[in-house]
Design a protein around this ligand. Structure first.
Ligand code: BTN
Length: 285
């Protein structure tokens, strides 16, 4: 499994055969990191182990997921070894639980920037880069809660490190493509975990401020799909619970959850269409 052994010099200890046969584990700060070759979803494995070992700070990392999932019930597909796929057990302050998806986004953005990656956050926490002016997804974050883990948030993060990470046909890119080189999984993980711990423990006002410094899309025309409802308007900002505020006509709509589609710049839409004579149709991501 890559060069992970280099990280285990401090705090290496034997694998527990019943739970993690054939895999490795080590600590980053307080967090016990378990490395898996292949798993259905790191989210499910984190949930299972967190219930078995209450009180343990945990992070599950996998080379491959056979049933990775994204937000809104979508699947999350990544080529084996080409992405960082992890689930982290966060224990936010009660007032910050709803802000955890945004906190995780800030932690990931800050970390990727440290590796020279020009990253922004599209509400709530899509990791976005714009390699040739077109905004593409570098990675995504899925936060889940479980009745068996009160006060915890399961933070699942997928970051495309290499170009082949994302399946073709999506407006997706990779750290290697936008930064010129990608850090290894272990470099990125070791830089990310302390930031996840920190940002997920902050109060809502700090998380909001941090998120605003990384955002893309505010002040722009957006379409927000919230279940069966679609809101079309201008993205104004976010409130202290992390909800997106959208002005639709003369009403401000509060969107606690949903999928945001931003218009690509008309210039890029025209370039993609490859027809300079036609009036460009805005595209969305
Ligand atoms: C999204 O943008 O839709 C969120 C994608 C989250 C994907 C990660 S990969 C690691 C973790 N395990 C999963 O099954 N999903 C998350």
């Amino acid at each position: 499994m890559g060069n992970w052994a280099a990280m285990t010099a401090e705090g290496s200890f034997p694998v527990e055969p019943a739970e993690t046969a054939g895999d490795k584990e080590f600590h980053v700060g307080e967090t016990r990191v378990i490395l898996l070759e292949s798993v259905a979803s790191t989210q499910d494995e984190l949930r299972r182990l967190a219930i078995l070992a209450p009180g343990t700070a945990l992070c599950i990392v996998a080379q491959e997921q056979t049933a990775g999932r994204g937000r809104s019930g979508r699947e999350w597909v990544a080529q084996r070894g080409a992405a960082l796929l992890l689930s982290f057990l966060a224990t936010p302050a009660p007032a910050s639980v709803q802000m955890t998806p945004l906190a995780a986004g800030v932690a990931a953005a800050e970390t990727l920037a440290e590796f020279g990656c020009p990253v922004r956050l599209k509400w709530p926490n899509d990791l976005i880069a714009a390699p040739d002016g077109a905004r593409c997804k570098l990675g995504g974050i899925l936060c889940e809660q479980d009745a068996g883990l009160p006060g915890k948030v399961l933070v699942g993060i997928g970051i495309n490190l290499l170009a082949e990470a994302a399946p073709p046909g999506l407006p997706a890119t990779s750290v290697a493509a936008v930064a010129g080189r990608a850090p290894s999984q272990e470099e990125l993980l070791c830089a990310l975990l302390p930031r996840l711990q920190r940002w997920c423990s902050l109060p809502p006002s700090s998380i909001r401020k941090g998120w605003l410094s990384w955002q893309t899309g505010l002040g722009e025309s957006v379409t927000v799909v919230m279940g069966k409802r679609t809101i079309v308007g201008e993205a104004l900002g976010i409130d202290e619970a992390g909800a997106l505020l959208v002005r639709e006509g003369d009403v401000t709509v509060t969107c606690p959850a949903g999928d945001v589609h931003l218009q690509q710049s008309p210039r890029h839409a025209q370039k993609k269409a490859g027809d300079a004579e036609e009036t460009p149709m805005p595209k969305t991501i």
